[in-house]
Design a protein around this ligand. Structure first.
Ligand code: NOJ
Length: 557
């Protein structure tokens, strides 16, 4: 297998708004990140992924960009950013930036021009259509509720926005637009960044004619995903982007790709096709959703997780490359979702870290994951900040007839603000995140769960993650070994094997709070413990092990 630095790296995602506030305005900023670089270096992080820091009216916390070449005022200046990059590089770490080019902000200069007249030179930078039979051009629904079209009086036409009304979709059919994007990417790469995380990049190609989606239930708006997810020209665009930009640099590229199957991912990540290094799949993030989508809660079945992860592990082996994640700024906290964030918070957070870091692929750690931060429950909807949550609540409760309690419950389980409460640095007021009033409330559990405590406690999740990351550096089998699922039917224990040259790695993770007996596969007798989340396990593996709640053990032999 082809060795690459980005396969051997561990990436840490910073959501700047919630990471560290250096100037007391209640909002995290770039200098705040610079202050914490030693913390990340000590964790063993190789690459930092910065969620958007560009100029933005913040309708969607920076994922609505009004100037791709400026830093958001609240976050600081370009000089601050340059210093951040220098400080990252001087610690031998790398920086990847978020590339949000499926859409811009409606306050971007291109859009302000585009909406002026039908013959404006920027008109076709966006997707404009006349209405149809007195309503929107088609029946597509926006991700953040309502129609995906907004009427604009100036020219009596609608523009497409797959996300909020303030996030008009860019028109990738326009060669001029594509070249502007490529120039902008080169501009950042020439500043010395080490790659891009590409926001919903598999949405940029839309089916010609933008047809209505099938609507058997006669709903007002429906998902038009089949007409823009992995659309007809997506591979042409990515190959063009690769040829024009990516191929000229030694960088990490990861495409965020909701709705990409493993078959799609093979096409996106096979190096011979020259598109991107890896994708973020959403399939494992959807296993606890019912047919009604994200807010339709359904308990996770471990066997579904096994089936899904195994499909990706075996599907991409020797073809492309996996990214490994169980949470980010759009998902609930992983210990709350897949573990037990109360009695066994520490054990289950370590178990989940073990499970993920021992798989084949590049692991992504989301800020706070390394200290086991948990979901939040705000009593009032007014304390939430996320546009997705607020629009959904309005549609379902204020304008619809769903009960408040039921909808709040779904927000507690799935809402994006679970991941966006401020990073918990220490036990001082506001968790040491800010001296001002935080833009979103701090999770009240910060006196117990915080980075200072974790750094000082050698049995903490933080130190366990350090060890996981260190082991990856010392054992190529963790990066490159082939994956085989074991004990498929087991509903509580997820175990798998990795093999590389003449070596084997056995990973056993108890996803339950029960004590269970696990029989070690015969070929493993004699394997040595590499890491485990209960400190009393040592030495060689026996024929059987008694697994305790959320226990994880890894043997190498
Ligand atoms: C995916 C981003 O991760 C999410 O935060 C954002 O709301 C949408 N894309 C739209 O940019």
């Amino acid at each position: 297998m082809n060795k690459q630095w980005w396969k051997e790296s561990v990436v840490y995602q910073v959501y700047p708004r919630s990471f560290n506030d250096s100037n007391g305005d209640g909002i995290g900023d770039i200098n705040g990140i610079t202050e914490k670089l030693d913390y990340l270096k000590n964790l063993g992080i190789d690459v930092i992924w910065l969620s958007p820091v560009y100029k933005s009216p913040n309708d969607d916390n920076g994922y609505d960009i009004s100037d791709y070449k400026h830093i958001m005022d609240e976050f600081g200046t370009m000089a601050d950013w340059e210093e951040l990059l220098t400080e990252i590089h001087s610690r031998d770490m790398k920086l990847i930036m978020d590339l949000v080019v499926n859409h811009s902000s409606d306050e971007h200069a291109w859009f302000l021009e585009s909406r002026k007249s039908k013959d404006n030179p920027y008109r076709d930078y966006y997707i404009w259509r006349p209405g149809k039979d007195g309503r929107e051009p088609n029946n597509w629904e926006a991700t953040f509720s309502g129609s995906a079209w907004k009427y604009d009086e100036a020219t009596d036409e609608y523009f497409l926005h797959l996300f909020s009304k303030k996030q008009p979709d860019l028109n990738w059919e326009s060669e001029k637009l594509r070249n502007e994007v490529y120039d902008m990417m080169k501009w950042w790469l020439d500043k010395g960044i080490d790659g891009f995380r590409m926001d919903v990049i598999n949405f940029i190609s839309k089916e010609e004619g933008l047809p209505d989606a099938p609507n058997p239930e006669g709903k007002k708006y429906v998902s038009g995903g089949q007409y823009f997810v992995n659309g007809p020209k997506i591979h042409d665009y990515l190959q063009e982007m690769h040829q024009e930009v990516l191929s000229k640099y030694d960088i990490l590229t990861v495409g965020e790709m909701p709705g990409a199957s493993v078959e799609d991912a093979k096409l996106y990540t096979d190096p011979s096709r020259a598109e991107v290094n890896m994708v973020f799949t959403f399939e494992h993030m959807d296993l606890d959703s019912g047919p009604g989508g994200k807010w339709n809660l359904k308990p996770l079945q471990l066997r579904d997780l096994k089936e899904n992860i195994t499909k990706w592990q075996t599907g991409l082996h020797g073809v492309g490359w996996n990214s490994l994640y169980m949470n980010n700024h759009d998902q609930p906290r992983m210990v709350s979702r897949f573990g037990d964030d109360k009695t066994y918070r520490v054990e289950s957070a370590k178990m989940l870290g073990t499970f993920l870091h021992m798989l084949q692929g590049t692991p992504y750690v989301y800020q706070g994951e390394e200290i086991g931060m948990t979901n939040i429950r705000f009593d009032s909807i007014d304390d939430y900040r996320d546009i997705e949550i607020l629009n959904m609540y309005k549609e379902k409760v204020v304008e619809g007839n769903e009960p408040h309690d039921k909808v709040m419950e779904s927000i507690y389980v799935k809402g994006r603000d679970n991941a966006r409460t401020p990073m918990q640095w220490d036990a001082s007021e506001n968790a040491g995140f800010t001296t001002g009033t935080p833009w979103i409330q701090v999770n009240p559990n910060y006196p117990e769960i915080n980075a200072e405590q974790a750094v000082n406690d050698e049995n903490s999740i933080y130190h366990y993650y350090r060890k996981l990351i260190q082991l990856r550096k010392e054992n190529p089998i963790i990066v490159y070994g082939e994956y085989t699922l074991l004990d498929e039917e087991n509903e509580k224990v997820y175990s798998y094997l990795r093999t590389y040259n003449n070596q084997k790695l056995l990973v056993v993770t108890n996803f339950s709070a029960e004590e269970l007996e696990y029989v070690i596969p015969a070929e493993f007798t004699g394997g040595e413990l590499l890491i485990g989340n209960y400190s009393d396990v040592k030495g060689k593996v026996e024929k059987k092990i008694q697994l305790r709640p959320y226990e994880a053990v890894v043997y190498i032999g």
